[in-house]
Design a protein. Structure first.
Length: 450
């Protein structure tokens, strides 16, 4: 589509932050729903014109907020085809193409991450979805081990589960626990070190305190502030001594596995029981794509699949139904975009993408850290950088002014009680020149900020 191409060609030149007037935007888009229909050409022109100033250039090379990533060209085009094909990736009958492409990308991803080849795979909407599915499988398995069928009987009267997770876990873990009826308050937090990785000894001590209970341990690869990864090998050893299920939330950090230079950060990754990772972050697949894997395939399908009279006897034979591994029934064929991204990059390109982003993160750290009064707040192990510009107040003013300046965009965060600008480098199109331009802009804004 021409409009898409034009937007993407110009995305590196527009101010990264939108200059949005919410009331005007609402009036351009809103008003009462018209009784008469509109010609698609006319409405698309109206839509594109109205929203353009309100778009955030997250697809561009100088958006460093949150951990988002952009979208590779091939993956974006495949996603446009996906919309045009409008496949229902429910099972092999509703779309053989949609089902088989998910089998293929599942295998490719397991190979790239070094996960067990027999692990099951579900293509979900993101890290939140992946964490929820994995923890549902975990809930199934630890309760089945205690003689309880949670899918049939629910949680009322069930044996008490323990959930042990790092104190610096992502908030989506808590939401998944809420959705699964376990409650966020169930978490027994494990202390983390200065960079946010758990202390495996502290984990072992916690587990020792209740060795008989059905237990789920949540580990993390890639802390959203610092990029720190838990020591997966040591933590898996400790957890498996107590027959716990080990889940790894590696929404962006699991990608460390694809490059020889960062692989050591996730040593032992293959020993976990389930893994959650995003496609729409570091793989640069368009929204919304996340991946969940379980070593125990049966626990995965037991927690997700269902059947109905109209679903059997469709001649699916031995074909895998993607919907048996996710919480959705009707769903878009997300596999095409991931297939395209992995083909576009190849194994080497994937590793280079990760290496490049990490190198730029270190470059941000070196250049900004060399400025008088600027401090880097984390050990830069991956693609995340925390930058303080003095007092909390001044740091917040600098962040606001950098955002207003529009050359680049980075958000704020609180880490260990102190305010920081958080820079995440995860876009395929970010180049050395973008780092230089962004550092120059931050330097300029800093000099003008009291
Ligand atoms: C982003 C992130 C999530 C949530 O992923 P979504 O794709 O936003 O649902 C979970 N865990 C970690 C560590 C993350 O960085």
């Amino acid at each position: 589509m021409e409009q898409v191409a034009a937007y993407r060609e110009g995305v590196g030149d527009r101010p990264v932050a939108p200059s949005v007037d919410a009331a005007r935007l609402r009036s351009l888009l809103g008003g009462p729903l018209a009784a008469d229909g509109t010609n698609p050409h006319a409405l698309l022109e109206q839509l594109a014109g109205a929203v353009d100033p309100a778009l955030v250039a997250t697809a561009g090379p100088r958006f460093f907020g949150f951990v988002v990533g952009g979208a590779l060209d091939g993956a974006t085009c495949a996603d446009i085809l996906t919309a045009g094909w409008d496949q229902v990736a429910f099972n092999f009958t509703t779309s053989p193409a949609g089902a088989v492409v998910e089998d293929v990308v599942g295998d490719w991803l397991k190979e790239a991450f070094g996960l067990p080849a027999h692990a099951s795979f579900g293509l979900v909407t993101g890290g939140q979805g992946a964490n929820t599915v994995a923890l549902a499988a975990a809930r199934h398995q630890v309760l089945a081990q205690a003689g309880w069928d949670v899918e049939e009987r629910g949680l009322m009267g069930a044996p008490k589960i323990r959930v042990v997770a790092g104190e610096e876990r992502h908030g989506t873990i808590d939401r998944s626990l809420r959705l699964l009826g376990l409650g966020a308050g169930i978490v027994e937090p494990v202390a983390a070190d200065a960079n946010g990785a758990i202390d495996p000894e502290a984990l072992a001590r916690l587990l020792e305190a209740g060795p008989e209970a059905p237990t789920i341990v949540c580990l993390q690869a890639g802390n959203v502030n610092t990029g720190a990864c838990d020591d997966l090998a040591a933590a898996c050893d400790a957890a498996h001594r107590y027959r716990s299920w080990v889940h790894v939330d590696g929404a962006f950090g699991l990608w460390a596995a694809v490059s020889p230079s960062t692989r050591h950060l996730v040593n032992g990754i293959e020993r976990a029981d389930s893994w959650a990772v995003d496609g729409h972050k570091w793989l640069n697949v368009p929204y919304d794509s996340g991946y969940v894997f379980c070593a125990d395939t049966q626990a995965h399908t037991a927690s997700m699949s269902y059947t109905a009279a109209y679903l059997v006897g469709h001649g699916q034979g031995s074909q895998r139904a993607p919907s048996d591994y996710v919480p959705e029934s009707s769903r878009r064929a997300r596999g095409f975009a991931t297939w395209a991204a992995l083909r576009e990059l190849g194994r080497d390109g994937l590793g280079e993408l990760v290496d490049r982003c990490c190198a730029y993160a270190r470059s941000f750290g070196d250049r900004l850290g060399a400025i008088e009064g600027v401090e880097i707040g984390n050990e830069i192990v991956l693609n995340q950088v925390l930058v303080s510009f003095g007092s909390n107040e001044r740091t917040d003013r600098v962040i606001a002014n950098v955002q207003r300046d529009g050359t680049c965009w980075a958000g704020g965060t609180t880490w260990r009680g102190r305010r920081y600008m958080r820079i995440s480098v995860s876009n395929w199109s970010t180049a050395e020149a973008d780092v230089e331009r962004s550092v120059a802009a931050i330097r300029r804004v800093l000099a003008e900020t009291l």
